[in-house]
Design a protein. Structure first.
Length: 154
């Protein structure tokens, strides 16, 4: 099964120059807690979560009018539309990550695959395995950026 068959299509995005508050508003408007971040050409350059906004901006008293690029994770884990669901599951389990951006050949986000997509499309035992592995606690100092540096996604 390919990611194009299971992903949530038409990912909402924000630009790296958008303000933190603008990105938070996009999340609120669409009921999401995760956004791919793109450059002016629409290419994936990062991701941001509601938790990133809370811990990296609000808790540190940052100016909410500052650019989201200052707090985003800048080495986004991503796969392509034709990659398999199994590849996404393995990346999620290895990195303990809950969402992966799906991009086209030009690195433009076209969707997001999440744990929810796995639950909807896998048999119960595989979905449970992926969920339990992703949910396991990991070392606090290990970040998405460090995982991305492992050469998983090119």
């Amino acid at each position: 099964m390919t990611l194009s068959e299971v992903m949530t299509p038409e990912a909402k995005v924000c630009r790296e120059t958008d303000s933190i508050i603008e990105c938070a508003q996009i999340m609120a408007d669409f009921g999401v807690g995760f956004l791919p971040v793109v450059n002016d050409e629409g290419e994936l350059v990062g991701t941001v979560t509601d938790r990133d906004i809370t811990l990296r901006a609000v808790a540190k008293g940052m100016d909410m009018e500052g650019p989201i690029g200052e707090i985003m994770s800048d080495k986004p884990i991503h796969l392509q539309e034709g990659d398999s669901l199994a590849q996404a599951e393995e990346l999620m389990m290895e990195g303990h990550i809950r969402r992966i951006v799906v991009v086209d050949d030009s690195k433009h986000p076209v969707g997001v695959v999440s744990l929810s997509d796995i639950v909807r499309n896998e048999d119960d035992s595989r979905a449970r395995e992926v969920y339990e592995t992703v949910a396991e606690p990991i070392e606090q100092e290990r970040t998405v950026e460090q995982f991305a540096g492992m050469g998983c996604c090119g």
